[in-house]
Design a binder for this molecule. Structure first.
Ligand code: ADP
Ligand code: MG
Length: 696
């Protein structure tokens, strides 16, 4: 019955149905029931102005009269202001649109009710575009009222929040209580004490109380996350049972020799733990697909190398793919250094590798004399053929998509084990969901002895002090980065700010070599400049954010970030990770303009307070929402979450995930009716069903 077209609902009709479909994606009665208010207004009491506190109030209702109206400003800037009183104190009301209509509609001396969110500004409490209705003494006080999100088009065509509410009201009134079919398995509903769907939907639109609304929303969030987890987990399991991998049973002489004789420092506890996790994966005969998260500087490269040694010890080859030429080169250098005492051959293949060399490498890959190949995208070209690729490591995941990973697999009869490494720390519950097709390991410990990077927030009028400090560091032989924001809409101005900065720095530090890298440069030119800096020839690198990913210049001790307010927290953290790689104290200086909004101040404040990537990323997600997080767009999984928030609802995610796992493991036995419910929901949400035959 709920699958019926919305146009048959009383008060809708053809025209409105079209509008609701195009603007809000509401096609059926069920869609309407799932179009939830974005917030609720407390209509259980009238507030008094004298009770207002702070500088901003929640949505409230106020009863009283308009005293006077006046039009101010000209043309497009015109506005209507009114003074309103609750009989005791005054407040201001302002409208910027529909001025004529409003001025004609409300009169002084009549009792009205205002709904809105007052803010204290210009020495008075202000309402902007509140909802206004005549006070009706006969009407009993109401509880919470839903406010629905609308588009501009809908507003212009006369669709209001009230209208939607009355449509939902009509619909709900026509359905007998309890008649809306449940969408969660009864077993879970009972065990988790969740509100039934029928009750939850009614309470989302017309809450009986704040508590009931809370429980309704929790239940609906749980439902979204439960099906999302079920979908992801089922997908991951299918992959695991289908793809076979090399069995790397042996921890051989290379691994052991490296561990006991070559590696110059003890591994951290986290590195050891992760290596155990990787080895456990690769012993089983299924193909490993693992994400390795570790903060900048946590020592992922070493873990990658030792994983590759396991492949070589078992008679297989390994590859390491990096997103840029300079990174690939750096990796090849450090790997070659470690590999040399072991007597294994490491080669580098990038876009600029000469033809003769390429031929040589191609041969070595086929006859197996090359054990480890490091490179860029060049590795996934068709011409690159391995004899037997056993392990593929991909550094800095966000530059490679799922499709590119798959291309690496297709190179071998048996898919190689894949290890994807990223320095973007994502809280674990989220990572498990976002990278649902990957298992997750975390290096959550930095090597001992690192000095925390000093982070300062400085403003334009502190420039002299900042440059004096920079000069000090340069005089001690150190190097420095100066980073400008990359402005995507207009790469021109990105280039301009970096170029101006470059000229200014050259003027300020005569005799100091300065390199410049910006978004408009050709990759080869970029690499050349990076190389100048990496080799120490250039002492300062002025750049837009192209250096974000992984370069290692241990001698650099200063990171100055211009217009720091324009960067996301995770980005700032990545940038800061470029310094502090040597033994010396390092500095990160966030430059900003003076007038910062409260949010920005908070964001930059977090940077000065902590260097813990996980804390930072959690804070970032809370401020921005996970949709913006690097990497999340690439998971290829449609989330379609209406209520649940991956950043804030970690608790619900854990429970929903645990229940999904119990069901897939056959640990929670379901009645046939519940299985039908799950299949129906998975079909509508993800166009699939679970093969229950495989669940024992
Ligand atoms: P990232 O995880 O950012 O890729 P790297 O692998 O580049 O970090 O490691 C950063 C630095 O720390 C390197 O110079 C590396 O040799 C060093 N390192 C790695 N593991 C350890 C360890 N267990 N103890 C001391 N230094 C280590
Ligand atoms: Mg790295």
């Amino acid at each position: 019955m709920l699958t019926r077209d919305i146009k048959y609902l009383k008060g809708v009709g053809e025209a409105r149905a079209k509008l609701l479909a195009s603007e809000l994606d509401i096609h059926t009665l069920a869609d309407l029931l799932h179009y939830f208010p974005t917030r609720h207004v407390d209509r259980s009491r009238f507030y008094r102005i004298r009770d207002f506190s702070g500088t901003e109030m929640p949505y409230i209702q106020l009863r009283g009269q308009f005293i006077n109206f006046s039009k101010e400003g000209e043309g497009r800037k015109q506005r209507l202001t009114a003074t309103f009183t609750d009989g005791e104190r005054l407040c201001q009301v302002t409208w910027f649109a529909k001025i004529q209509t409003i001025a004609a509609m409300y009169r002084p001396g009549v009792e009205y009710v205002l709904f809105g969110k007052p803010a204290y500004k210009y020495n008075a409490w202000q309402f902007v575009h509140p909802e206004v209705e005549a006070f009706d003494p006969a009407r009993p006080p109401q509880g919470l009222r839903g406010i629905y999100g609308l588009t501009e088009t809908l507003r212009k065509r006369g669709v209001t929040s009230r209208l939607i509410q009355s449509l939902v009201g009509n619909l709900l009134a026509s359905i007998p209580k309890g008649a809306i079919a449940e969408s969660l398995p009864a077993e879970i509903l009972t065990e988790r004490r969740l509100m039934p769907l029928d009750e939850a939907l009614r309470n989302m639109h017309f809450p009986e109380s704040v508590q009931a609304l809370q429980r309704a929303s929790e239940r609906l969030k749980f439902e979204e996350l439960f099906y999302l987890e079920l979908h992801i987990l089922e997908y991951a399991r299918r992959r695991n049972t289908q793809l076979h991998g090399h069995i790397l049973a042996r921890v051989g002489p290379l691994f052991n020799k490296f561990y006991s004789e070559v590696v110059p420092f003890p591994l951290t506890g986290a590195q050891k733990r992760v290596l155990r996790e990787l080895r456990a994966d690769m012993r089983t005969g299924r193909q490993m697909n693992r994400l390795l998260q570790g903060d900048v500087g946590s020592g992922k490269t070493l873990v990658a190398f030792m994983t590759m040694l396991l492949a070589v010890d078992n008679g297989l080859q390994a590859a390491l793919m990096a997103p840029t030429e300079i990174l690939a080169t750096q990796h090849a250098e450090s790997l070659a250094k470690w590999a040399e005492p072991l007597g294994i051959r490491v080669e580098l293949l990038t876009g600029s590798t000469r033809t003769a060399r390429r031929r040589d490498i191609a041969e070595g890959l086929l006859d197996g004399s090359i054990h480890i190949l490091v490179g860029t995208h060049a590795l996934i070209e068709d011409s690159v053929q391995f004899r037997n690729l056993g392990v593929a490591v991909i550094d800095e995941q966000h530059r490679f998509g799922v499709a590119q990973r798959a291309k690496l697999w297709s190179k071998a009869e048996v898919a190689p084990h894949v290890l994807v490494m990223t320095a973007t720390p994502i809280p674990r519950t989220l990572a498990m969901t976002v990278y649902g097709d990957l298992d997750v390991s975390v290096i959550d410990e930095l090597p001992p002895g690192r000095k925390p990077i000093q982070t300062w927030l400085r403003f334009d009028d502190n420039r002299n002090e900042v440059y004096r400090h920079l000069n000090n560091e340069l005089r001690q032989g150190r190097q420095a980065y100066i980073v400008y924001p990359l402005i995507q809409e207009s790469e021109k101005s990105d280039m301009k700010s970096a170029e101006e900065g470059f000229e200014r720095i050259k003027g300020l530090f005569p005799g100091v070599e300065v390199a410049l890298v910006h978004g408009k440069m050709k990759p080869a030119a970029k690499d050349l400049q990076m190389q100048r800096f990496a080799s120490g020839e250039a002492r300062i690198l002025v750049a837009t954010t192209v250096i974000e990913v992984g370069v290692n210049v241990p001698n650099a001790s200063v990171m100055i970030i211009e217009n720091a307010e324009r960067f996301g927290l995770s980005q700032l953290h990545q940038l800061r990770g470029r310094v502090g790689r040597g033994a010396d104290l390092s500095y990160c200086i966030l430059m900003s303009k003076h007038q910062l909004g409260a949010d920005t101040r908070k964001r930059l404040g977090i940077m000065t307070e902590t260097t813990d990537g996980f804390l930072i990323s959690e804070a970032d997600m809370k401020l921005r929402g996970p949709g913006d997080m690097e990497g999340t767009q690439q998971s290829g999984i449609a989330f379609n979450l209406k209520l649940a928030n991956l950043a804030r609802d970690g608790q619900i995610i854990s429970v929903a995930r645990a229940d999904a796992i119990r069901i897939l493991d056959g640990k929670l036995l379901l009645m046939p009716a519940s299985i039908d419910v799950i299949n129906r929901e998975l079909r509508t949400r993800f166009a699939k069903e679970i093969d229950w035959g495989r669940i024992s």
